[in-house]
Ligand binder design. Structure first.
Ligand code: HEC
Ligand code: HEC
Length: 352
């Protein structure tokens, strides 16, 4: 019996020795296999960033996504990148009412929106919420005839011809070749990092800056008259509303692309409803609305004050019983709103 015990002990220590000698090997394996997890620092007044379990943020994935975002290789004529229409210094919009910056130069049917805090857009992307998540989004602009006009399979083949991209995809996602899923995941990871949360307003929320009396008045008006649609901290509810730009939304052009959310749901109250845009960086991202029809911020405020059009699907917040239609705004209130909007400009975000 004693002998067996000794053997057992010997066996055990041998096993320990064997495992220990394997450890250094395991460490090297980990270094080669795993990309480096990345977490984005957020101020306390923002909720945690929702991240899908199948596509965690990594240093390698985000850097690859940024390179792809700015590479015209994704377009059929090798001239248009995502960044052609999404310019950082104006909140990742393009400054045109309806963009002509795509591969054909043909005017797009909708205005290029800003790209900010997209990780929290949980009710869908695009003006009508027609795309469910960031992972599936990029296939649309890449393939859309007048945007990048490219074929996904062709793009993947082109990327596979580049040793640089192959190595970067391997580091970010493993595997020996570039895949469509890796392409979409990398772009999604980069877009999740486009967080604007360091404006003067954010510093005020963090107790690091003061707002003037007029700016505070503006904040108060946003809270009482423009929320919950433009609610803090994102200054959008990420939902869809008809804010009274038109009385009728029947235009059948391009499968009803100007009918708003109705095109997706076929639900009458969604007729003319578009996703509430954020007010963050609003002073640098003119023109405004889903088709860029309003050129400046004064005209937007006048829209709410006196131009709101009645229709059966007009949001009830703009159509309260026994009150004038729209949101009455005095000259003083308009000035306060503009002063507050300027506190939502985030210079660090715009400079990236
Ligand atoms: C030719 C201009 C153009 C190019 C190129 C372009 N976009 Fe866009 N982008 C738009 C327009 C216009 C919309 C609005 C589409 C809609 O809502 O119908 C949009 C919408 C978006 C949205 C939705 C934002 C939101 O708030 O819902 C994201 C995200 C986006 N684009 C990312 C990209 C990425 C990634 C690429 C490159 C793969 C890209 N875009 C290329 C013009 C462009
Ligand atoms: C019922 C919800 C709702 C209310 C209330 C509301 N908005 Fe809007 N706002 C929207 C929607 C939806 C859009 C986009 C409409 C479109 O493009 O068709 C929008 C667009 C805007 C835009 C243009 C943003 C851009 O990037 O194009 C600004 C600025 C704006 N609203 C400011 C305000 C202000 C200021 C108030 C309060 C005085 C207000 N809104 C009240 C829903 C609302």
């Amino acid at each position: 019996m004693a002998l067996i015990n000794v053997r057992a002990i010997l066996g055990w220590s041998f096993l320990c020795f064997w495992v220990a000698s394997c450890n250094p090997l395991k460490d090297t394996e980990q270094v080669v296999a795993g990309p480096t997890p990345l977490s984005i620092p957020l101020p306390a007044h923002l909720p945690a960033m929702p991240i899908p379990s199948g596509n965690p943020l990594t240093v390698e994935g985000v850097a690859l996504g940024k390179q792809l975002f700015n590479d015209p290789i994704l377009s059929i004529n090798n001239r248009v990148s995502c960044g052609t229409c999404h310019l950082p210094n104006i909140g990742f919009a393009d400054g045109q009412a309806l963009s002509t910056l795509g591969v054909t130069g043909v005017r797009l049917p909708r205005h290029t929106p800003t790209l900010q805090n997209l990780a929290w857009h949980n009710a869908g992307l695009f003006w009508d919420g027609g795309v469910r998540n960031l992972e599936s989004l990029s296939a649309a602009p890449i393939q859309e005839h007048d945007e990048m006009g490219q074929n996904m399979i062709v793009v993947v083949n082109l990327l596979n011809r580049s040793g640089d991209y192959k190595a970067k995809f391997r580091k970010a996602f493993g595997g020996d070749s570039v895949t469509q899923s890796g392409l979409l995941k990398a772009l999604a990871q980069y877009m999740r990092t486009l967080v604007s949360a360091d404006s003067k307003y954010d510093q005020y929320r963090a107790g690091k800056a003061m707002l003037t009396a007029q700016e505070l008045d503006g904040l108060q008006i946003v809270t009482t008259k423009c929320s919950p649609c433009h609610e803090a901290p994102f200054f959008t509810d990420h939902l869809f509303h008809n804010n009274g730009l038109q009385a009728v939304y029947n235009d059948p052009y391009k499968e009803g692309i100007r009918m708003g959310r109705y095109r997706i749901t076929f639900f009458e109250p969604d007729r003319g409803a578009f996703k509430t845009p954020t007010l963050r960086n609003i002073m640098v991202s003119a023109p405004y609305m889903h088709d860029g029809r309003i050129a400046d911020i004064d005209a937007v405020l006048e829209h709410y004050n006196s131009q709101v059009q009645e229709s059966p699907s007009l949001d009830t917040l703009l159509n309260k019983p026994a009150q004038p239609i729209g949101i009455p705004l005095s000259t003083t209130e308009k000035a306060a709103l503009k002063a507050f909007f300027a506190t939502l400009t985030d210079p660090a975000f715009l400079a990236q």
